[in-house]
Design a protein around this ligand. Structure first.
Ligand code: EPU
Length: 428
């Protein structure tokens, strides 16, 4: 086990290249199960979630090659092996194995997913969709059992706009008989990316990226080659970092449209940003104004950037209010930021940030992926050394973080945990 150390307080400058989108990758990889010949996905990020999914596909008999960010999955010899425990518990997105295995084998057993604790994260809408398609779904000792004699297209209205449920129902429906209509679907770019891969595999999908998706089931899906979209949350994290400690940072390999809500908020704070076709430049920011943000489904302000944005707000003049309408408990980073001298209090679903303050380096713990990103930004802003434990959360979603930061002139390194720290982590 390792920790991350950051010598903060210095301006960063240069170009950072964004990796493939984690939240696409974790759906694209299970989607390959639905094909009957090899599928190649280009541009995958080097993150632990991708490695875990690779191992899970191998566990069910897939032949997987992964090198230079390109993964080729030969799904032809896969079987519907039950996966009630083990690696499935390590990431939340293992729930996509339910839709993909149900779609291909008409049966699956998948342990209830793990992942970051951000408040209650039910999967009732996924299950509602599977049942509407004709599956019998039961929960037995922490694993979901799915079985269908036949999957038949259905009209499914999502009571909650859910990225996971939208993608999972698409995965189960592409090989069902007849037409499926998903109403009140989520519109995130990752959904379009998954629909593009499935379409390249021979699926018939219309409307991905709008709130009504129509799928006409086909009997077979074939192999293809697909290039993943860039990670808008990783790009957003570097944009925020650019506003917080940048002396001119160019973010390369990004789709600026995917970041409109963040760019608008940064401009409102007084940050100068120039967008190109696939690049965004953040000019050195002078005085920052406080702003309020409220997280919403896409294209609103993403909940995944709320935590990193809060670190930036500690530098802004005045009071900012951050409200998370998606997750009720995504505020675990706040206590850690307070250790670093931030003046923030949490009231219900909102964090109230008073600034500006000068953050101070401290020993802090990342409780989840984006909390980790928030602490990295805070560490770069702070005077002195910051030590972050719990970095396995950060490794789930940020490809080559240390290399990318040091490439911008930061001083960031990994160190092994001391015996005492290891014991503390194990007892936590
Ligand atoms: N919800 C339900 N029932 C369901 C599904 C969701 O009530 O059946 C609720 C959730 O509790 C939440 C809201 O609906 O309040 C939205 O959840 P959604 O299903 O959209 O989230 P998700 O698919 O589980 C994905 C990302 C998250 C990101 C959210 C919201 C992946 C693997 N994860 O989660 O990413 O926060 O969408 O945009 O795509 C992250 O990257 O750090 C991360 C947590």
């Amino acid at each position: 086990m390792e920790k991350l150390k950051i010598a903060g307080g210095y301006p960063l400058k240069g170009t950072v290249r964004i990796s493939g989108a984690k939240n696409s990758a974790v759906a694209l990889i299970p989607a390959t199960i639905l094909a009957d010949s090899p599928v190649t996905i280009e541009g995958l990020p080097d993150i632990s979630d991708v490695q875990i999914l690779k191992a899970l596909l191998e566990e069910i008999g897939g032949k997987v090659e992964f090198a230079n960010n390109e993964m080729t999955v030969d799904p032809s010899s896969m079987i519907s092996m039950p996966l009630p425990n083990g690696k499935v518990k390590k990431l939340r997105a293992s729930y996509y194995l339910m839709g993909a295995m149900l779609g291909r084998f008409k049966k699956a057993v998948i342990g209830l997913p793990g992942g970051c604790y951000l408040g209650p994260r039910p999967i009732d809408q996924h299950i509602k969709g599977f049942e509407a398609l004709g599956a019998k779904v039961t929960n037995e000792q922490g694993a979901i059992y799915l079985r269908a004699d036949e999957l038949k297209g259905a009209r499914i209205y999502l009571d909650v706009v859910s990225v996971g449920a939208t993608i999972n129902i698409m995965l189960a429906a592409v090989r069902a008989k007849g037409r499926t209509i998903i109403e009140n679907a989520a519109k995130e770019p990752e959904i379009i990316d998954v629909a593009t891969l499935l379409t390249n595999m021979g699926a018939k999908i219309k409307g991905a990226g709008t709130d009504v998706i129509r799928i006409d089931g086909v009997d077979h899906l074939h192999g293809c080659r697909h290039t993943i979209i860039p990670d808008r949350i990783e790009a957003g994290t570097y944009l925020i970092l650019g506003a917080a400690v940048g002396n001119g940072i160019l973010i390369d390999n990004v789709i600026p449209n995917h970041l409109e809500s963040l760019i608008a908020k940064l401009r409102e704070m007084g940050v100068e940003i120039e967008s190109g076709d696939d690049q965004v430049f953040v000019a050195p920011a002078q005085k920052l104004k406080a702003v309020d943000i409220k997280t919403l489904v896409y294209p609103g302000f993403p909940t995944d950037l709320q935590q990193p944005f809060t670190s930036l707000l500690t530098k802004a003049e005045g009071t900012s209010v951050v409200t998370d309408t998606i997750y009720s408990a995504r505020f675990k980073h706040i206590d850690e930021l307070r250790r670093m001298n931030a003046n923030i209090k949490v009231e219900g679903r909102s964090a109230i940030v008073n600034g500006p303050v000068r953050l101070q380096g401290a020993k802090v713990k990342a409780s989840d992926l984006r909390a980790g990103a928030a602490l990295v930004i805070a560490g770069l802003m702070a005077e002195g050394i910051t030590e972050i434990t719990g970095i396995e959360h950060i490794d789930r979603g940020y490809s080559h973080l240390v290399e990318k930061l040091n490439g911008l002139g930061a001083t960031v390194w990994r160190e092994d945990l001391s015996q005492e720290e290891k014991e503390q982590m194990e007892n936590a």
